[in-house]
Structure formats: structure tokens, C-alpha cells
Write a protein that binds this ligand. Structure first.
Ligand code: NAP
Length: 329
């Protein structure tokens, strides 16, 4: 036990072994059991960023466990193509087709998020899982429909609002989970809530990406505290380095160098699916607010001294609630 803990820790701290495909290949020898094959039968899970990469791979894993998966993306044609690939992957003689609902919702657009959440509340009585997978790394500064910096709107504002608006449906499930798909890139940034939109600095996609991925980890922790009494567990996680369209397009040089070491999308999505489906909630629920990778909670900072201060966290919460609206969250 102590040996595996040490090996696991070393793989994480030395980065390449833990983040590459070696991570799941080695850790599966000791990581917690798979969810039961019917763990999600009769349950609904929303996945944003479902038309590509890790989101699509998570849909495969969740649908395989019996969930009705609500696939969100910005374009219907991409969602339809993705749903067709998922159905192909899961097709087997004598088994029902994957239960997928694809819906257009640009999560960076706060009006679209409000409309989507209202529509979902008319369709279903309870929501088991909400996976915040949508991600972007644009080369140039861009703005959302409401004029917010796009990376911040996609990674922070939209998911925050969606979580708030779906809270009642999540509470109805009695054992719900919210999963924020963050990134190991967040280790390179401390929380800086003084300028969340990055207006005072020259735009860099990788900087905006890493800063907002740090915000996701902090907000997951803060939501976990608020939603504990509703029996809703909230987690953030990093998928390691996975060969997805997003990675190969946005970080082409890195993808080329790391090529043979990259995980498959399924390996990257494994912890997303496990967090949404492992049960009972006591397996993961006691760790609500944790940051996971390969089915294990990981440190949120390399050095304890750089932990976000309560003041900085409160400042972030205030900035986000001001941007998304005045409802009491
Ligand atoms: N791949 C990795 O190694 C890696 C590592 C660390 C973290 N991550 C994180 O994992 C998540 C998935 O990344 P990926 O590598 O799978 O990238 P990807 O292949 O580019 O997929 C990104 C997905 O996000 C969707 N999306 C983007 N903006 C959206 C918006 N405003 N509203 C709704 N959907 C939106 C895209 O859909 P459309 O373009 O069809 O709308 C697409 O389905 C991201 O959050 C990323 O930061 C990935």
C-alpha cells in the first residue's frame, strides 16, 4: 500500500509519467473499482463540450453505464456527428441504443445558458451529473455574446451559471455530482481575482487558459461547500495529456513532441466518468471539492504556500456573481 502510494505520488510530481498514457496504464493496478455496469441506468447526465475529444469520450463511458446523456455543444451538425460516433462505439447485438439527447448551447453565452437550463427543467425531474467539459484556447482575444473575455466566459462564467440554475434538478437526484474538467496547466498560475477578464494584461491564450483553469478548481471547492447540504458532490479534475482535436489544434508543437506518450481520449475521460458514476457517493462524496486525476485526489498546488487566500476566493466569487447576474447563489 505504502509502495503504491509512493509510486503514484512520484508519477504525479514528476509530471510526465503521471500525465502521459503511463499514468492510467500503471495506476489501474491499484485504483478504485470500476462503477457497476448499470450504475447510471435511469439517470440523466449533462456533458458540455460533448461534440469532440474528452467530452465525446465521457459520453461513451456514461452512456455505456446506462445514463441518458445530454450532449451540449455550439453546433448541431458537430453534435450529430459525435452522437453517431458514440452510437457506433456502443452498438452491440441485443443491446438498446445509447440514450443521447444533443442540444445546442454555447456555454459562453449567458442567455443561452439560461434558456437551456429552463428548457431542461421542463424535460426532466432530476439530474444526476453535470460535466463542465467545454474548453477553448483561442490564439487571439475574443469576446462572448455578453462582451466577456471568451476563455473566462467559457471556462468560468457559463459553467458557474449552469451549476446555479441546475441546482434544484441536481438536488432532486439525491446523490448528484458536478465535475469541472480543469487542467494540470492550472498549477502554473495562482488565483488572481483582481482582473479575472485579463483586461489589464496583453492577451495570451495559454495564460487565459491556465488562469481560468485555476479559477475552476477554486470555484469547484467553493461550490462543494455550498452544495454539501443538498447531497451534491462537486469535483474538479485533470485528464492528463490526451490526443484530442483540441490539443492537436491548439498546442500542435506539444502534441507532436508528446505524440506517442499522449493518452487516448477514453483514458483522459476515465476519471470524469468514474466521478460521475462511482457509488455510493461516500466513495467520492467525502472528498467533495477535491481535485482528481486517475481516480485519486491530488494536491491543488505544488507548494502549500501558494494556496488561494479566503479574501482572493471571495473576490472571485463576487466578480463571477456580478457578471452572471444578481441571483443569490
Ligand atoms: N486534451 C487534453 O490533453 C486536455 C488536458 C487538460 C485539460 N483538458 C480539458 O478538457 C476539456 C476538453 O478538451 P479537449 O481536449 O477534448 O478539446 P476539444 O477536442 O477541442 O473539445 C472541446 C469541446 O468544447 C466544446 N466547446 C468549446 N466552446 C464551447 C462553448 N462555448 N459552448 C459549448 N461547447 C463548447 C467544443 O464544441 P464545438 O466546437 O463543437 O462547439 C468541443 O466539443 C477542455 O476543458 C480542456 O481544457 C484537455
Amino acid at each position: 500500500m505504502r509502495l503504491t502510494t509512493t509510486v503514484d505520488w512520484l508519477m504525479d510530481k514528476t509530471v510526465v509519467p503521471g500525465y502521459s498514457r503511463l499514468g492510467p496504464a500503471v495506476r489501474r493496478a491499484w485504483w478504485p473499482a470500476d462503477p457497476a455496469p448499470d450504475a447510471l441506468v435511469g439517470r440523466h447526465v449533462v456533458v458540455t463540450g460533448a461534440s469532440s475529444g474528452l467530452g465525446e469520450a465521457a459520453v461513451v463511458g456514461l452512456a455505456r453505464l446506462g445514463a441518458t446523456v445530454h450532449m451540449l455543444g455550439r453546433r448541431q451538425d458537430r453534435l450529430d456527428d459525435s452522437a453517431a460516433r458514440v452510437r457506433d462505439r456502443l452498438a452491440a447485438p441485443g443491446t438498446p441504443a445509447a440514450d443521447l439527447v444533443s442540444e445546442v448551447c454555447d456555454v459562453s453565452d449567458l442567455d443561452a445558458v439560461r434558456a437551456y437550463a429552463a428548457g431542461l427543467a421542463d424535460q426532466i425531474d432530476a439530474l444526476h451529473g453535470l460535466v463542465h467539459g467545454a474548453g477553448v484556447l483561442p490564439p487571439e482575444r475574443a469576446e462572448s455574446a455578453q462582451g466577456h473575455e471568451l476563455v473566462y466566459a467559457t471556462h468560468v462564467l457559463g459553467p458557474f451559471l449552469l451549476t446555479a440554475l441546475l441546482r434544484r434538478l441536481l438536488r432532486e437526484d439525491g446523490d448528484a455530482r458536478v465535475v469541472w474538467v480543469s487542467s494540470g496547466g492550472m498549477y502554473t498560475r495562482n488565483l488572481d481575482a483582481s482582473d479575472p477578464e485579463g483586461t489589464a494584461r496583453e492577451f495570451s491564450g495559454t495564460d487565459a487558459y491556465a488562469r481560468t483553469k485555476r479559477m475552476q478548481v477554486v470555484l469547484a471547492e467553493m461550490w462543494a461547500e455550498r452544495l454539501r447540504t443538498d447531497q451534491i458532490a462537486v469535483h474538479s479534475m485533470h485528464p492528463g495529456w490526451a490526443a484530442t482535436p483540441g490539443l492537436t489544434e491548439s498546442l500542435a508543437g506539444f502534441a507532436k513532441v508528446a505524440g506517442p506518450l499522449l493518452r487516448t481520449p477514453e483514458q483522459g475521460a476515465d476519471t470524469i466518468v468514474w466521478l460521475a458514476a462511482a457509488g455510493p457517493a461516500s466513495v467520492t462524496g467525502g472528498c467533495s471539492g477535491a481535485f482528481w486525476s486517475d481516480r485519486h485526489p491530488r494536491s491543488k498546488t505544488f507548494l502549500p504556500a501558494v494556496k488561494a487566500s479566503p479574501d482572493e476566493r471571495a473576490k472571485l466569487w463576487a466578480a463571477v456573481t456580478e457578471a452572471v447576474g444578481t441571483e443569490p447563489y
